[in-house]
Design a protein around this ligand. Structure first.
Ligand code: FUL
Length: 474
């Protein structure tokens, strides 16, 4: 026994630190890994505020105000598809407490409204439409409730658990659940002490594959701002010990960048609205973000290894406004045109493993499950060698995350025919996707060198593009 112990200690002592780190690194669950591939999806804020012009309803709005006479969830889904989005997350209940489904645990719901004579159910219509259109369905439910008479007492925790149970039972599968951290006063002036442990257990028991978002996860974290950008350094790992949801969450810049040695895998999601407000307001019809602005958001979220949750609030008719749909379609077109012609593919270039001086196909095969492992050593580089000089202004790198996030620093050398670096780009994390844009340069090769890492980096894909100069990140 003692000999075995000595041998184990010896093996541990001679194991390089990066391999030790590798075994200890937090890794994504299967559901989280699949979440990373979702990239871009829509948020929909919808409820009494859509009709009253408020952002935070008081909770005492008459149910009759909610009357989306032409509601058409299939129109929402058609537009989501045309935008290139992969899911829709809806505010089933915002802070005003109004439920978009006829909950048995509230008297402030669609059932009390005049819409469809009280027989309507937005969650039913939207979950069915999402299924029909091949979109994933997610639900935002605010624990803060400015209407419910039990809010501020222990009984409200039962109400909240019961409401979630209704949602998971009647409208599942729920792909993502969104918990807002806000905790204000209820109708009786009291604040609620949320039983988060119980809430989490309820979701895990009812639907273990649902990914749960909040300021600090457990599965997905808030990115620390509502402008839609992740940190240029963006770790998928976060320390949550000692922090709570809402006011007690980690500092905003920590949420923005994550913690390099964070103990938990909790990647960032960027929530941002296509309009100034979260809910639809007629006065904002002329303030919808342009396709170019949406493209910039894409670069600053998905292009920094996070996901983009773009809010597109339906209007009082129950439809997505024409201005919003035009912007979304325009954005998708810009994206498709920008990334149509990967210059690292199609015989235009080939990849070399520099130190091994061999050609590899793993980096331009559109297959994120194949790649090249790079250990920390300046000679360990990969190179795209173009057959003739190419003009480029955008590179995309991808890293395999299944064993954790490794790369902490990289350099891309863009060189000319004489292997002189004409442009040198330094970066930190790569993560699921790193989109780097720069002024157009004519290059003969791109050499990627890893400068720092937590464990060996498995690069899975390198792409090179020449996008419209106006779209380059400012
Ligand atoms: C915040 C809320 O207070 C806003 O109304 C909105 O729902 C946003 C997504 O989250 O915490």
């Amino acid at each position: 026994m003692r000999i075995l112990k000595t041998v184990l200690i010896f093996i541990f002592a001679i194991t390089p630190w990066f391999l030790q780190a590798q075994t200890l690194q937090p890794k994504p669950t299967k559901a989280q890994l699949a979440w990373h591939d979702m990239e871009f999806y829509l948020f929909m804020h919808f409820g009494p505020n859509t009709f009253t012009g408020l952002e935070w309803g008081h909770g005492n709005e008459h149910e009759e105000v909610f009357n989306p006479a032409s509601l058409d969830c299939e129109q929402w889904c058609r537009i989501a598809k045309a935008a290139g989005a992969k899911a829709i997350i809806i505010t089933a209940k915002h802070h005003d407490g109004f439920c978009l489904w006829p909950s048995k645990f509230s008297k402030h719901t669609v059932r009390e409204s005049k819409w469809k004579e009280g027989k309507g159910d937005v969650l039913k219509e939207l979950s069915a439409a999402c299924e029909k259109f091949g979109l994933k369905f997610g639900v935002y439910i605010s624990p803060w409730d400015r209407n419910h008479p039990d809010y501020g007492t222990a009984a409200y925790n039962d109400v909240f658990v019961n409401m979630m149970t209704e949602i998971f039972t009647n409208y599942g599968p729920i792909w993502e659940l969104w918990w807002d951290g806000a905790n204000g006063e209820g109708p009786n002036g009291k604040r609620q002490v949320y039983d988060w442990k119980r809430f989490e257990k309820t979701v895990r028991d009812l639907s273990p594959n649902t990914v749960v978002f909040s300021d600090i996860g457990p599965d997905i974290r808030w990115v620390g701002n509502e402008q839609g950008f992740a940190g240029k350094t963006n770790w998928n790992t976060l320390d949550t010990a000692g922090f709570t949801r809402g006011a007690g969450s980690p500092p905003l810049d920590t949420l923005n960048t994550g913690n390099v040695h964070g103990k938990n895998w909790i990647p960032a999601e960027c929530d941002v609205s296509i309009r100034p407000g979260w809910f639809y307001h007629k006065a904002e019809d002329s303030k919808v973000k342009t396709p170019e602005q949406l493209f910039e958001l894409y670069l600053k979220s998905v292009g920094r290894g996070a996901n983009l949750l773009l809010n597109v609030p339906p209007d009082g008719r129950g439809l997505i406004h024409e201005n919003d749909s035009a912007a979304l379609v325009g954005f998708n077109k810009l994206k498709a045109e920008s990334f149509k012609n990967n210059l690292a593919k199609g015989g235009k270039g080939y990849f070399l493993r520099y130190n091994a001086n061999r050609v590899t196909r793993a980096l331009n095969d559109d297959d994120l499950s194949t790649g090249e492992m790079i250990t920390l050593n300046n000679l360990q580089t990969v190179e795209i060698k173009f057959k003739k000089p190419e003009r480029i202004n955008c590179i995309i790198l991808s890293e395999d995350l299944s064993a954790g996030q490794a790369c902490a620093g990289f350099i891309a050398y863009l060189t000319n025919r004489k292997y002189k670096a004409v442009t040198t780009i330094k970066g930190t994390t790569i993560g699921r996707k790193k989109i780097i844009t720069f002024p157009q340069t004519e290059v003969t090769s791109i050499i990627i060198s890893i400068q720092g890492q937590k464990s060996s980096t498995l690069i899975t894909e390198i792409e090179a593009y020449n996008i419209d100069e106006r779209l380059i990140e400012k």
